[in-house]
Design a protein around this ligand. Structure first.
Ligand code: AHR
Length: 497
């Protein structure tokens, strides 16, 4: 198919917050234990208990922020359980994920891990089964630089300097596992909790629990209460954390061509989610002071027997990689509102970037999308248009549906233009003609992620089955031409004069 892409360098959207390329880890299955934490005595190479191979892989993709400890787990987590000598830490039931929690990986281990990979920690507090005192104490423990009992406790546990944790979530999915609140009641709780979370060594960025998907009623209920009962601390709301998962089109690894399209279309619905949520927020927050955070998103395929059923371990294919690329492009295109996004989850759970099996580790096709898209982090998003034929397919109700043959985004940083384009066709290659408006290019290079089979995975035996490679791009004045294979992600880097 022939596709014309126009990039309007003189039509800025906003700066792409690096945190859009954020991640999420939860005490769920083998994400933390085995995936990140193996303990100091493990035969698996580690630094202070944390896997070296996972740290090295994550560092390569420049992760800006990491959310922890949940997810559902967060609203039944008591941070005091996870500090102090490890041998003395209590063992609890992990009520959401059918396991026991040994508390070997707690606040210090998490902050240490964040520092090893270069990410900002984003802690999600317990609202559902706790009270404001516990969360205000966690803030003091982490961030207070003076001589209080909690600051001394932190120092005695090995960290004399405050952690300076800036990002805090006030609960998780509080409409369900986080306490089954009504939105208005949660707003009251939010204000109560946020009042006691003070700035100490770092100005806090507080994220409220947002809605799921396109559903606006939680957003409306929450904001109407926040706005109707103003008090001096209402500005202590900085982000609103919406969640969106897509799945149920075949299994993680077995899907037809129709199901390939069904999942990509479900992934692309994140644009409706962003549009609906930002519109609902705008009616209460017209000055757009509150950022839209998508702090859980990704593919969630139907469970299969074995490791997957209780613990959400899932294989990752080219199809997941395309969902990641399409989604990140949506966030880039909404850089004026989306301030953070955290794919679920980093290791061994749902749309993982890394899979481990004992000492073995492999990076998934989704990981390579994050690698390819690094150039967008912190760039100035500019408008781009893809004139591509629509692809039609049958949806799950056997009704005709369609999705764009090619979609993407563009941004500029330090005179370097990054254009990402996804060829959604499972069968047809694409001839791309990219026209630059409002600027001049001097050189261009492109890399793609592609595989002959749409089901391709990276396995421990073939870890590089899906890995980015360079492809030719021809420069013709201010037009770029390249041919990309079916089912591929292309990233073109253009030097501007
Ligand atoms: O990511 C898995 C779960 O999905 C999280 O614990 C919860 O917040 C969401 O429902």
């Amino acid at each position: 198919m022939s596709v014309k892409v126009v990039v309007c360098l003189d039509e800025p959207i906003g700066t792409i917050h690096p945190n859009i390329y954020g991640h999420f880890t939860e005490h769920l299955g083998s994400c933390i234990y085995e995936g990140i934490w193996v303990g100091e005595d493990s035969k698996i190479a580690n630094t202070m208990g944390i896997r070296n191979d996972v740290v090295a892989a994550l560092k390569r993709i420049n992760p800006p922020i990491l959310r922890w400890p949940g997810g559902n787990f967060a609203d039944d987590y008591h941070w005091q359980d996870g500090v102090g000598p490890r041998a003395a830490r209590p063992r609890r039931v992990n009520m959401w994920w059918d396991s026991e929690e040994p508390n070997q990986f707690g606040t210090h281990e998490f902050v240490h891990f964040c520092r090893m990979i270069g990410a900002e920690p984003y802690l999600c507090g317990n609202v559902g089964s706790s009270y404001p005192r516990e969360l205000r104490d966690w803030v003091e423990y982490c961030n207070y630089g003076g001589d209080t009992t909690l600051a001394r406790q932190r120092a005695a546990n090995g960290a004399p300097e405050p952690f300076k944790v800036r990002y805090w979530g006030v609960g998780n999915e509080n409409w369900a596992a986080g306490g089954s609140f009504e939105p208005e009641d949660y707003a009251i709780e939010y204000k109560r909790f946020a009042t006691y979370m003070r700035d100490y060594s770092a100005p806090l960025y507080l994220v409220a629990c947002g809605a799921y998907g396109e559903e606006p009623s939680w957003t409306q209920g929450f904001f109407s209460k926040m706005v109707k009962t103003p008090f001096r601390d209402v500005p202590r709301l900085h982000g609103f954390g919406v969640h969106y998962y897509c799945g149920t089109a075949g299994t993680a690894t077995e899907y037809s061509e129709q199901q390939w399209y069904q999942l990509l279309a479900a992934g692309l619905r994140v644009e409706n989610v962003v549009n609906m949520q930002r519109a609902a927020m705008d009616s209460y927050d017209p000055l757009r002071k509150v950022g839209l955070v998508i702090d859980e998103w990704g593919t969630w395929h139907p469970p299969i027997e074995g490791r997957n059923r209780a613990h959400l371990w899932q294989q990752n294919t080219m199809r997941d990689a395309l969902v990641a690329a399409l989604t990140l492009d949506v966030f880039n295109r909404h850089a004026d509102k989306v301030v953070m996004a955290n794919i679920a989850q980093t290791v061994n759970v749902l749309q993982a970037l890394i899979l481990t099996d004992g000492p073995k580790m492999v990076t998934t096709p989704t990981y390579h999308v994050y690698d390819l898209y690094q150039g967008h982090q912190g760039g100035r998003a500019v408008r781009s248009f893809c004139d591509a034929p629509a692809i039609t397919f049958l949806d799950k109700q056997d009704k005709s549906a369609s999705l764009p043959g090619v979609a993407g985004s563009a941004s500029v940083k330090n005179n370097m233009l990054t254009i990402s384009l996804v060829n959604t066709s499972a069968a047809e290659e694409s001839d791309l003609a990219i026209q630059l408006r409002g600027g001049t290019c001097s050189a261009a290079a492109a890399r793609i992620l592609a595989a002959a089979d749409i089901h391709t995975i990276n396995s421990f035996e073939r870890p590089d089955a899906v890995t980015p490679r360079a492809i030719q791009v021809h420069l013709d004045g201010n037009e770029l031409h390249l041919q990309v294979p079916a089912a591929s992600v292309a990233v073109i880097r253009v030097k501007l004069v």
